[in-house]
Design a protein. Sequence first.
Length: 148
Amino acid sequence: MKRWMFFAAPVTVALILGLVVYALPASGSSTSLLSRVAKLEAQTKALKASNTKLTKQIKSLNGFVAGCLVKGGVAPITVYGNPPAGEGYEYTKDNGVTRAPTTALDVTGQGSTPNGFAQLVDKACVSNSTTRSAASVKAGLRVMREHR
């Protein structure tokens, strides 16, 4: 029986010390294991909520890209005009009193190589609330005529 006590006592003490050390936080403060677990659970819940929100945003963006941008396609565009050579679009800011040739972006003609592409948006994706009135758009437009 003494042999058994000789072995059991140190093992019991080691187990108790191990539990005490495990229950105390690494910083040595008196915060209990339960409060640390509660903090971790709260952080996990917040991360799950954030993940859910981001997942919804990604699905929405994927829907917009597939339904509005891919469906809208692209338009080939080219910069036309060479003002030093007297070629380009006629530009006037004083209702035709003075005129000057300038460059402009335009849809590339059939058989020509475009300089780039413009992303189009499917018209079904544009609502009246997101479009500007004709008067506000017209104020920002300039009259351009091809000049050769």
